[in-house]
Design a protein around this ligand. Structure first.
Ligand code: PMM
Length: 268
């Protein structure tokens, strides 16, 4: 099956690629609806930037940013994922109608997160994470990145099951760029089968990340990374990943159309 496309909607003043885009909730909702029209399956709403070096945001401020947008999208019939490390924000988003909790910390940032995931029974994306953005670069030390990420994700699974999270709720994510060098990211992408062997669907978030500059000419812009993002998406689809989290839905949609046509032996 072709991967689900999670469209990124960051309602933050400082996200690394698309921060500060929206004046108000209505504009963000309109953008979410537009991303769905381009072929997204769900809109991933985030109110706290996780770019390298980012400062933490107070959960009240985070909720003030995301809840009006989530309510607007849900009212328009758009499926919503909440990108948060805070259990209170996850719960409030669930009450506002979100159907997925996307936690870049995999439950490590907030000890109450697994309780909320178990309580709400929502789909839970548990990303590999080693520490907050301010200090994650110093944590990018591995014996073998794929084996170590797999082992650490496995430990997260064991812990969340103790809290009553159901196996069927959990999607895993290697966390490209989070305490990872460019080389670590490429190794993870090349060995996705080893992560898939944990028995959970995988989500990949490569979109516009710094490591994609490796395959572009010097001085290329952030949006120039949409092409390699889409190509990564096509290879990830071929490797059987369940979902892709992207900024530019249209280019990834086209790449996935190529994969579908290739497999089907026809275009439409
Ligand atoms: N990356 C970012 C934010 N949220 N969520 C998941 N599940 N996986 C990711 O790789 C991921 C994420 C950082 O990128 P952004 O600042 O462009 O949103």
């Amino acid at each position: 099956m072709s991967p689900q496309v999670f469209a990124i909607l960051n309602v933050t003043p400082d996200s690394f690629s698309d921060g500060g885009q929206f004046e108000n909730a209505d504009e963000a909702v309109a953008r979410g609806i537009e991303l769905m029209a381009q072929g997204a399956h769900i809109v991933d709403v985030g109110g706290e930037s996780t770019r390298p070096g980012a400062e933490r945001v107070d959960p009240d401020e985070e909720q003030a940013r995301v809840l009006p947008v989530i309510r607007g999208l849900v009212a328009a019939g758009v499926p919503v994922s909440i990108d948060t490390m805070n259990s209170v924000t996850a719960l409030a988003a669930a009450e506002a109608g979100a159907s997925v909790i996307n936690d870049v910390s995999g439950g490590l940032a907030d000890p109450e997160m697994y309780r909320v995931v178990a309580q709400t029974k929502l789909l839970y994306i548990a990303m590999h994470w080693r520490g907050h953005s301010a200090d994650m670069d110093s944590l990018a030390v591995y014996d073998d990145v794929v084996t170590d990420v797999r082992t650490e994700l496995k430990a997260r699974l064991a812990e969340m099951f103790v809290w009553g999270v159901e196996k069927e709720q959990v999607v895993l994510d290697p966390g490209l760029g989070f305490a990872k060098t460019a080389e670590h990211n490429w190794q993870l992408l090349g060995r996705l089968d080893e992560l898939a062997s944990l028995g959970h669907p995988l989500l990949i978030g490569a979109s516009r990340k710094r490591f994609l500059a490796d395959v572009l000419p010097e001085g290329a812009s952030k949006t120039d990374r949409d092409l390699p993002t889409a190509v990564v998406g096509a290879f990830a689809a071929q490797a059987g990943v369940w979902a892709l989290r992207v900024h530019d839905v249209a280019s990834t949609r086209t790449a996935l159309n190529v994969v579908d046509a290739w497999k089907a032996g026809r275009g439409r």
